[in-house]
Design a protein around this ligand. Structure first.
Ligand SMILES: Cc1cc2nc3c(=O)[nH]c(=O)nc-3n(C[C@H](O)[C@H](O)[C@H](O)COP(=O)(O)OP(=O)(O)OC[C@H]3O[C@@H](n4cnc5c(N)ncnc54)[C@H](O)[C@@H]3O)c2cc1C
Length: 380
């Protein structure tokens, strides 16, 4: 195949949220940037998620601070007219005493941890967060820092904005077949000479640098999701909603001495939820649709076919926390993300100037802008 020759300072492989964040940061620093994606429109994890920017789930300290820096960039993009984003905040609702104990403990420790949140007792929580089921509501942890974005809309709008505002070139529907620094070679015969290349290929571990990917120990995780139609009569969810299962899921709550008691009860009371890695969250987008999830199945357990029983378990649990005016499911899908067992993000440099940046796990929407800026600040 005849090769066409091009030049840019920086190539980014993958136009998911990680790739867009690295591309934007490079362009902000004056680099000419080309972004490749093998699909004409985004299909990866970045369009399949809740759209939650979720600092409250990050471990207090550096990760939480990075999430807040990332959040600030989403708000900058909103101010520039690039995306819709709402400062909805979040509530974790407690319907059991062990859940309530964790919320109280976390809220008490929060000022010392630098985390912005407050505990609201049952009746007050029911008044303040009317979407929550007031029956049996013992208390809620409110955090003001969470945002909601609409992932398919944001991932469609951001490339247009980055092309117009920052002059980034997008080569969509073009797969990168090889990186041989300083060249990036596409399956369509383009050869780009660059000084840096970022491989932000999500769950594709096989096309580029398979041996290096295997060495990182990165895994794949499948999540089942649903959404309702727009809720009737302008009903609003308000803050993102999460419950007891989520307290067991996110690392932020591991600082709580009361967590093991909840985990033990969940293991006994909800073995099916534990088996499928289910925790239950809900977000409402700008169309009024309520996005609901999710489950976690890894590697060999990942089937192309979804499990209706997982959706049923999720909806049953959500029904106790949020009685939706119209709970009918309008769409079902699954997404797969890359995740490292211990690291919040994986970077490595398989060739000089070529950086693999993957596997933010469940935090890509929350962390990517902060990750990219921190990476560039450390390597400029
Ligand atoms: C169901 C679900 C819910 C989630 N909810 C949230 C949430 O609410 N908040 C949050 O913070 N995070 C959430 N996440 C996590 C978040 O979505 C991911 O961390 C993030 O989207 C990963 O982004 P990425 O850019 O690495 O991958 P992707 O979005 O998968 O993008 C990778 C891109 O690389 C392209 N590509 C791969 N190989 C090549 C190649 N050789 N040449 C050209 N292109 C290539 C692919 O086509 C793809 O577009 C969720 C994830 C899922 C699946």
């Amino acid at each position: 195949m005849a090769s066409e020759q091009y030049r840019a300072d920086v190539a980014v492989i993958g136009s998911g949220i990680v790739g867009l964040a690295f591309a934007r940061e490079a362009a902000r620093r004056g680099r000419s940037v080309v972004v490749f994606d093998r699909t004409p429109v985004p299909q990866g994890a970045s369009v399949r998620n809740f759209g939650m920017v979720w600092p409250i789930g990050q471990p207090p300290g550096e990760q939480y601070a990075r999430a807040l820096r990332s959040r600030a960039q989403w708000l900058d993009l909103r101010a520039a007219g690039a995306v819709w984003a709402a400062e909805c905040g979040s509530v974790h609702a407690a319907y059991e005493s062990d859940e309530d104990a964790i919320l109280r403990e976390f809220a008490t420790a929060a000022p010392g941890l630098g985390v912005a949140c407050e505990y609201v007792e049952g009746a007050g929580a029911a008044r303040r967060f009317p979407a929550l089921n007031p029956r049996g509501l013992l208390g809620a942890l409110h955090s003001p820092t969470e945002l909601v974005v609409n992932p398919p809309a944001a991932l469609a709008a951001l490339p247009k904005f980055l092309a117009e505002k920052h002059g980034i070139t997008f080569r969509t529907g073009v797969a990168v077949a090889r990186v041989e620094m300083p060249r990036v070679l596409t399956a369509t015969g383009e050869s780009w000479t660059v000084t840096r290349a970022f491989v932000c290929s999500g769950t594709d571990f096989e096309t580029l640098f398979p041996a290096e990917f295997a060495a990182t120990g990165t895994r794949r995780c499948k999540l089942q999701m649903m959404k309702t139609a727009p809720q009737p009569n302008g009903w609003t969810l308000g803050p993102h909603v999460a419950g007891g299962l989520t307290l067991c899921h996110y690392k932020s709550f591991e600082v709580c001495a009361t967590l093991p008691r909840l985990k033990a009860r969940v293991a006994e009371q909800y073995p099916e939820y534990v088996k499928y890695g289910i925790h239950v969250m809900a977000a409402q987008n700008d169309r009024g649709e309520v996005v609901i999830g999710d489950s976690h199945e890894y590697d060999a357990d990942i089937s192309p076919f979804d499990k209706p029983e997982i959706d049923d378990l999720i909806l049953t649990y959500l029904g106790r926390m949020v009685p939706l005016p119209d709970p009918r499911v309008a769409a079902r899908w699954h997404g797969i993300y890359a995740k490292h067992p211990t690291k919040p993000f994986v970077t490595c440099e398989p060739q000089p100037g070529c950086v693999i940046g993957v596997a933010p796990g469940s935090t890509g929407m929350t962390m990517s802008f902060g990750l990219a800026r921190d990476w560039w600040e450390a390597h400029e």
